[in-house]
Each structure stands twice: as structure tokens, then as C-alpha cells.
Ligand binder design. Structure first.
Ligand SMILES: [Zn+2]
Length: 183
């Protein structure tokens, strides 16, 4: 099953932006786009900055796949799509967002943009229930942090999910800078 041109293009562009912006390491993060009852998702360990069609897997509703081994986060992406109206999911490792949320249950942006767009951002603890908790949080929230790891954002498109990842990182960076100025 070939990856649709528009799906490949959107994944390539957003993947490249995430890498160039330093929001993922060379082989980190993952992307998915819903397609009918299944989804297109990046393969495990693929380079988001250099995506080709051979790096993208199609996963059906029953969990079988065509293409490369799908991301280790596949069950989480499927759960997000199954629970609600998201069409796209982005997972990245924004440095400041990870750094300022250790030990928190939620992150409160201090800047106006973050407050307007994101509101309070849940911080989910790592553990066996993390996938369900992240998917459930994304029903009402645009972006969620997994403590000590990274962030998951949803949208109607990957561009929209990219927006929420970058908005979160901007807010966290501002929080970081404000703390540094107080010291
Ligand atoms: Zn990750």
C-alpha cells in the first residue's frame, strides 16, 4: 500500500521542521496521520528530518501493519485516534518543556500565548498506564508532557500538532529564562 503523496509530504515537512528546530534528536520522536480506520505512522527509529516513504508504516485498526516496523508508540497513537476526533499526532522531545516539568503534575505557561492556546498542560508520570493517561488527557488538552521524556500533541493536521509542540516549548523556554533571571 503506497503512502499517499500528501501524507508523505506533510510528514516530511513537519518531521524536518521538528529536527531543524531541535525538538527531536536525529532518530527521536514520531508522527502519525489517521486514514480511515487505520493510520500512517513513522517506523521505529526513523530519522524525522530525512523521511522517505519506506520509513512510513500503515497500521490497521486490528493492529497489523504494512511497511517497516511501526513506532514503539503505535498503541498510544491508536488509542488517541480511537478515543476522539484527532486526525494527527506529533511526539517530540522539547528540551525546556522536559526540563521544567520534572516533579510537576501540570505545567502552567506564564506567557500570554501559552495561556491562550494551551492553558494548563498535564504532566503524566512514566509507568504502565501512561499510554491510556496521555490519550485520555488529549481528549480535552492539545498537548501533554510525559515526565522526563517528551510531549505529545494532537491536531486535525500534523501542522496543527506541530504548532502546539512549538507553543509548549516556547512557554517552557520563557519559564526557564524567567527562573534564570531571578537567580
Ligand atoms: Zn520519545
Amino acid at each position: 500500500m503506497p503512502v499517499p503523496e500528501s501524507t508523505l509530504w506533510e510528514m516530511q515537512q513537519v518531521g524536518n521542521d521538528l529536527y531543524r528546530l531541535g525538538l527531536v534528536s536525529s532518530h527521536g520522536g514520531n508522527l502519525s496521520l489517521r486514514d480511515g480506520h487505520g493510520m500512517w505512522i513513522t517506523g521505529t527509529g526513523t530519522m524525522l528530518g530525512r523521511l522517505e516513504s519506506r520509513h512510513i508504516s500503515y497500521v490497521t485498526a486490528s493492529g497489523s501493519h504494512e511497511g517497516p516496523p511501526p513506532s514503539s508508540d503505535t498503541v498510544l497513537h491508536s488509542t488517541i485516534f480511537a478515543l476522539g476526533g484527532a486526525q494527527a499526532v506529533v511526539h517530540a522531545h522539547p528540551h525546556h518543556a522536559v526540563a521544567v516539568t520534572f516533579g510537576l503534575d501540570e505545567f502552567q505557561p506564564e506567557d500570554l500565548e501559552g495561556q491562550l492556546h494551551l492553558g494548563t498542560v498535564p504532566v503524566v508520570k512514566q509507568g504502565s498506564g501512561q499510554a491510556v493517561e496521555i490519550a485520555a488527557s488529549l481528549q480535552s488538552k492539545l498537548v501533554v508532557v510525559l515526565e522526563g521524556h517528551g510531549a505529545y500533541a494532537r491536531g486535525q493536521t500534523l501542522w496543527e500538532a506541530l504548532h502546539w509542540i512549538t507553543a509548549l516549548e516556547e512557554s517552557a523556554h520563557i519559564t526557564w529564562l524567567r527562573r534564570a533571571m531571578k537567580e
